[in-house]
Design a protein around this ligand. Structure first.
Ligand SMILES: Cc1ncc(COP(=O)(O)O)c(C=O)c1O
Length: 367
């Protein structure tokens, strides 16, 4: 019998948010709203869709391994050299590439707890030990993370803004932190929700690239609405990019993703539209949570963490049965919470109405 590597034996497989069609099949439901994977409910830019329509005729060809046009365009927008960029099959892949390129079995990485689960999964799969540092008031505690640096530490992950909390660390906090991190430790800033984060004290981590140990990743999966095509990018010193390229598969970014992303970058107005609609949805959810007496964590992203209390799992299951998919936070160690992605207005309203009915039923049952 063939045996899986020992590092993988007790590694849990990442469970993504339930797809709409799966719930429709399981529960025989017609109307299902998915607010579980922090996708962009408003869809991609019409310009990206047009680009896709023409690009489909070329899918008999392999994609451009170097993403030439996308690289040139993005380098211009970001004001970096083309050699400072790497593209991935989602920003997920860039996490894996960084681990593969820079870490060895027995090394240590520092991660927050809870945070995006892939950091821990990618590290564990490589035989790397993760040192977990609890959040403080639902925010990354960079001081505590810096204090856990040891001779074995090779990498530190910072999701900014964080998932599942939606909170961010400020420019001041990041600058103080960078000073404490030795230059032979890779600092990975995951900025999947960068375009949503509007705070004036939100840092621009690309500015610190010159230190040579910092990589910043972003994605086309969120505000650009292209999650299904899988495309993310990383920005770093050329030596880091070269290292990651050594373990990158040559055709990791598909042809349709490259074309759609190029067109999406040209539609800034659409990005503004998505951001404004998301903000409206966020305000609606905040005010409804307040009306229902539910605690929530103010978020800089397109999702909100809300506390449903000790019955949260049952409420989550009842939401599912009514056709609303949110994310229960037990796997993140936040058993009383669910995470809700901000949807379109009708989806947000359907969620709130369903939640309110469930909460009312529960309080009746208690009396
Ligand atoms: C913090 C964070 N990083 C990275 C990702 C991965 O995004 P993608 O692989 O779609 O670019 C996500 C997706 O939810 C995320 O929340």
């Amino acid at each position: 019998m063939v045996e899986v590597r020992k590092e993988l034996r007790d590694l849990e497989v990442y469970v993504p948010g339930k797809p709409i069609e799966e719930l429709q099949r399981e529960m025989n439901l017609k109307h299902v709203v998915k607010l579980a994977s922090n996708e962009n409910a408003f869809g991609p830019s019409p310009k990206a869709l047009d680009a896709l329509k023409s690009a489909i005729y070329n899918v008999n060809r392999y994609p451009d391994s170097g993403c030439y046009y996308l690289r040139r365009r993005l380098a211009g927008i970001l004001g970096v050299d083309e050699g400072n960029l790497i593209f991935g099959n989602g920003s997920d892949e860039l996490i894996v590439l960084a681990v593969r390129a820079f870490l060895e079995a027995g090394d240590e990485v520092i991660v927050a707890d809870p945070t995006f689960l892939i950091y821990r999964i990618a590290s564990k799969a490589a035989g790397v030990n993760t040192v977990s540092v609890p959040l403080r008031n639902m925010r990354y505690d960079l001081e505590a993370m810096a204090s856990r640096i040891s001779a074995r530490t090779r990498m530190i992950f910072v999701a900014n803004p964080d998932n599942p909390t939606g909170t961010y660390v400020t420019k001041g906090e990041v600058e103080a932190f960078i000073e404490k991190v030795p230059e032979d430790i890779l600092l990975f800033f995951d900025e999947a929700y960068y375009e949503y984060a509007q705070g004036r004290d939100y840092p621009d981590t690309m500015r610190y690239m010159g230190r040579g140990n910092i990589v910043t990743t972003r994605t086309f999966s969120k505000i650009y609405g292209l999650a299904g095509l899988r495309l993310g990018y990383g920005v770093a010193d050329k030596r880091i990019i070269d290292g990651m390229n050594k373990v990158r598969e040559p055709f990791n970014v598909n042809l349709l993703a490259q074309e759609a992303a190029l067109a999406a970058l040209d539609d800034e107005e659409y990005v503004r539209f998505v951001r404004a609609e998301t903000d409206k949805g966020k305000k609606f959810l905040y005010s409804e949570f307040e009306r229902l007496g539910l605690e929530y964590v103010p978020s800089a992203t397109n999702f909100v963490l809300v506390k449903l209390g000790s019955n949260s799992e049952e409420i989550y299951q009842r939401l599912l049965r009514s056709g609303v998919i949110v994310r229960h936070m037990k796997a993140w160690g936040l058993g009383e919470y669910v995470r809700v992605t901000i949807g379109k207005d009708d989806e947000n309203r359907f969620f709130i109405k369903t939640l309110e009915t469930i909460l009312q039923d529960k309080s009746k049952n208690l009396t």
